[in-house]
Write a protein that binds this ligand. Structure first.
Ligand code: ZN
Ligand code: ZN
Length: 336
């Protein structure tokens, strides 16, 4: 059995994205075939589209999808036809290395990634590894839950890396798709949350959403020190080097700075400041399997409300262009 479906395809490295018909193979022994209901469009799709070298093209983009299982491989005992699942950037892992065996499979050196080294979920149908998909509750709108499979998961994992307790304070640098969700998680966890962003419009949104302090620009670290006595942790979702430097200045002694936004640039920091203040700087990539399940559970309980704008698959190339120009508010989601 094989079938043909419409897919948002990156035609060549740094090439055009086109919606075209693509053949999908029958699922392998440990794969499921998913009929997609929704898939978010992420900045990482733009990042992949802009890379000079890719393991394979043409490549179907998309790595935060929700759909229903249409067919299961012969060795999949956990899933049935009709089950609703989420697909993430973690396409497959080796299952045997020290990272895979300790719940840190997102650092598996042999991992394959959806919409990057594997065909993705911006398509009518997608193949996925049965061990990596996550169950999605029936009552949720697939378009609202799809962004949780990347943005929501990553934001949750980053906040957990900060290792905070109720009453602690956290500064969120970058109030975009991830920052908005991080603020919701932080407030739900009983944290006091401040937001730093260069956009006044976004700071206004953050105040309405419950941030106790908002600040922006070059002095945000100093402002957080002055007005809040520093924060226990700062999480940087933007890829701005200046924001990372301000985040380091914003934390209290022994505070934690979590870096999430990817850039190819180098970060310059004061060694003295880091050592004498005992600052911990950590990188955070995706999250654990338990984090992903916690995010989906929270959504099921109505605890998170990602703001989404829905589009049709045929609009995917234009949506990517709009995302690149910073014209998308909330998360753009392709609904099938
Ligand atoms: Zn993503
Ligand atoms: Zn591994």
């Amino acid at each position: 059995m094989s079938l043909t479906t419409r897919s948002a395809v990156l035609t060549a490295p740094q090439g055009a994205v086109e919606v075209r018909s693509v053949d999908i193979a029958a699922p392998g022994p440990r794969q499921v075939l998913v009929r997609m209901e929704a898939c978010g469009v992420c900045h990482s799709d733009l990042f992949v589209s802009g890379l000079a070298k890719l393991a394979r093209t043409p490549l179907t983009l998309g790595h935060e999808g929700v759909g229903r299982i249409e067919a299961v491989g012969e060795e999949c005992s956990d899933w049935r036809t009709g089950d609703r699942v989420g697909i993430t950037f973690l396409g497959s892992t080796c299952g045997a290395c020290e990272y895979c065996r300790s719940g840190r499979e997102r650092f598996c050196p042999k991992q394959m990634n959806t919409g990057y080294t594997l065909d993705g979920a911006l398509a009518g149908y997608a193949l996925a590894d049965a061990a990596q998909v996550v169950r999605i509750p029936e009552h949720l709108d697939p378009a609202v839950v799809a962004p949780l499979c990347c943005a929501g998961w990553t934001a949750y994992g980053a906040l957990r890396e900060a290792a905070l307790s109720p009453g602690n304070s956290v500064a969120i640098f970058g109030y975009g798709g991830l920052g908005q969700l991080a603020l919701q998680y932080a407030l739900a966890q009983g944290l006091k949350a401040a937001v730093s962003d260069v956009s006044q419009m976004k700071l206004e949104l953050a105040r309405t959403a419950g941030a106790f302090l908002t600040t922006g620009g070059q002095d945000s670290g100093k402002t957080l020190q002055k007005q809040a006595g520093g924060v226990d942790a700062a999480v940087v979702f933007t890829n701005s080097i200046a924001a990372m430097q301000q985040a380091v200045k914003s934390v209290k002694r022994t505070g934690t700075v979590v870096l999430v936004g990817l850039t190819m640039q180098e970060l310059t920091l004061s060694v003295t400041e880091i050592i004498l203040k005992g600052i911990r700087i950590v990188g955070s990539f995706l999250g654990t399997r338990a984090d992903l399940e916690a995010v989906i559970r929270l959504a099921g309980e109505g605890g998170i409300q990602p703001a989404v704008q829905k589009f049709a698959l045929e609009e995917a190339p234009e949506v990517l262009a709009q995302l690149d120009r910073g014209e998308i508010a909330g998360r753009a989601v392709i609904a099938f």
